[in-house]
Design a binder for this molecule. Structure first.
Ligand SMILES: Nc1ncnc2c1ncn2[C@@H]1O[C@H](COP(=O)(O)OP(=O)(O)OP(=O)(O)O)[C@@H](O)[C@H]1O
Length: 243
């Protein structure tokens, strides 16, 4: 039977960190097999929101439902892949050793380590220790770990930081292939030209959603083809309406 419920449903989510509310009631859905982009200035709450999706963030209010279960449920552990901004891999293990290790922890198929190394284009570096990788290679290793076990939801925190335009393009092509296979992706980025590659964009500012729509919808609403310009316009609009 087809499952039409959204992959992610976030309702009225509030989070307090360090005694301060950093998410002030965020609500959105992510349909299965789509790519949601999370954009907004540094400190607006993107990482906090992603932590709530993977179930490692204590929440003050609201609900987060992932693949039909409360975020963080044990049953979701192998169905959700998360790559953080600071890669959590072993510095003194090689690329291949790291992947074999995490594959065994996740009880992913043995062949998975080889598959994901190719998917992220790290084949040439498989025998290099993680500590000798460049920043971009390290973030691709982190992405490879998230792909182990073929999760249904991928939560990727700035996966393309430090990558050249060619690699960024290749990774976005991979994200689209995964979405076409039914995987749901939530991807944060600082880079506006990547925003146009998503199915839906959440523009965040200071713990609130400034806009939620398709890239074309946001362009139409603001009357500009440039998403960066659209974002700035929405911020000004909001500031005006609050004044
Ligand atoms: N452990 C913490 N204690 C106190 N405040 C925190 C903590 N972690 C994050 N914050 C605050 O929560 C807010 C949201 O942070 P978050 O990391 O989610 O932002 P972000 O949008 O991911 O930023 P960036 O793009 O720079 O990674 C920020 O104001 C940050 O200072």
């Amino acid at each position: 039977m087809m499952n039409f419920s959204p992959a992610v449903r976030v309702q009225a989510l509030r989070v307090v960190r360090g005694g301060r509310e950093v998410l002030h009631g965020v609500t959105f859905d992510v349909p299965r097999g789509s790519i949601l982009g999370l954009l907004g200035p540094s400190g607006c709450g993107k990482t906090t929101l992603m932590r709530a999706l993977v179930g490692v963030q204590i929440v003050k209010g609201g609900t987060v439902t992932v693949l039909g279960e409360p975020a963080g449920s044990p049953g979701l552990r192998r169905r959700v892949g998360y790559s953080t901004q600071t890669p959590a891999v072993y510095a003194d293990l090689t690329v291949a050793e790291n992947l074999r290790y995490f594959a065994s922890v996740l009880r992913a198929p043995r062949t998975d380590a080889a598959r994901v190394v190719d998917e992220v284009g790290l084949g040439k570096h498989r025998d290099q220790t993680a500590q000798t990788l460049s920043g971009g290679q390290l973030s691709r290793l982190s992405l490879a770990v998230a792909l182990l076990g073929s999760p249904d939801l991928l939560v990727l925190d700035e996966p393309t930081v430090g990558l050249d335009p060619v690699l960024r393009q290749e990774l976005w092509e991979l994200f689209r292939e995964l979405a076409d296979r039914g995987v749901t992706l939530v991807v944060s980025s600082h880079v506006m030209d990547e925003a146009g590659r998503t199915d839906r964009l959440l523009l965040m500012r200071e713990g609130r959603l400034l806009a939620d729509g398709t890239p074309d919808g946001l362009r139409a609403r603001t009357g500009t083809p440039d998403l960066e310009e659209a974002f700035l316009q929405l911020i000004t609009e909001k500031a005006g309406s609050l004044a």
